[in-house]
Design a binder for this molecule. Structure first.
Ligand code: ADP
Length: 260
């Protein structure tokens, strides 16, 4: 209990001077742990009542005539409960990924198979209104946690679709580069102004709340992606031009790759 957690920074000034700064972050670390537990517990507790509400709303809808004036409010209530349900799911997913220590990276993830699954998901979400391009370098696989990687990739793809108007093009690529393997999702969507780029992976951060809430997201997708990627020694890279489109990508480093 008397163990302290210190954050130490060493900075060099010129050739001869080093500055060492030590900061006691024990309390910050404890508070962060309490915050995470709280979020995980609350999300878990909310699951059951939401399922009950959803169930009864469906029953009530079935009991009303199709032209009943109650149908519209019932439908709205159902939509909002299912939105809350996906938020709770995402919060739980985030706390699971945040808490994961020593993620097992020994298993091989077949990237060609994963790209097929991602493509099916994307087709279901986008319908026929978008051009979807998937390019996967054959035999280029990685070690890692398949669920976490898939959730990162799938969040990037669903964002690309949701923030691109129908008629747009979404290109998804998995290929080798000098430092590893690159996964990238390029869209011709709304784009993001430079001042927002650094904050996108914060929990609940949304560039334009009015527009984002219409797209049905939760503001947690990129936070989940960031944590999943950090477990794979990788980080999210974003380039975007406001009004023209964005590219979200990450590189899995060479030491995790397996080529066949
Ligand atoms: P959300 O559920 O709101 O989509 P995310 O964490 O996935 O939450 O993304 C955070 C915010 O980043 C979004 O609300 C949106 O404003 C912006 N964003 C994410 N992806 C894109 C994209 N491909 N094009 C434009 N904006 C994006």
């Amino acid at each position: 209990s008397d163990k302290r957690l210190l954050e130490i920074r060493i900075m060099s000034y010129g050739d001869r001077q080093l500055l060492l700064i030590a900061r006691d972050i024990t309390r910050i670390h404890q508070l962060e742990g309490m915050r995470k537990d709280f979020v995980a517990n609350v999300s878990h507790e909310l699951k059951t009542p939401l399922t009950v509400l959803q169930g009864y709303l469906e029953i009530m809808q079935g009991m009303e005539d199709d032209d009943s004036p109650n149908q519209k409010p019932l439908l709205l209530m159902q939509q909002q409960t299912s939105r809350m349900q996906s938020m709770v799911e995402q919060l739980l997913a985030l706390s699971r990924i945040e808490d994961a220590i020593d993620v097992d990276l020994s298993k091989m993830v077949n990237m060609q198979a994963m790209m097929e699954v991602l493509k099916e998901e994307a087709v279901a979400l986008a319908g026929s209104e978008y051009t979807l391009e998937f390019n996967c370098e054959p035999g280029l696989n990685t070690h890692g946690n398949e669920l976490q990687l898939r959730s990162a990739c799938s969040n990037l793809i669903s964002n690309a679709i949701r923030y691109t108007a129908p008629g747009g093009v979404i290109s998804v690529t998995w290929r080798s580069v000098a430092t590893g393997a690159l996964f990238s999702v390029k869209d011709t969507g709304v784009g993001i102004a430079p001042q927002h780029i650094n904050r996108l992976t914060e929990r609940f951060y949304r560039v334009d709340n009015a527009r984002s809430s219409k797209t049905g997201g939760t503001g947690l997708g990129l936070a989940i992606a960031k944590h999943a990627l950090s477990h794979h020694h990788s980080e999210l890279n974003v380039t975007s031009e406001y009004g023209k489109g964005s590219t979200f990508s990450f590189i899995i480093p060479t030491h995790l790759l397996e080529r066949q």
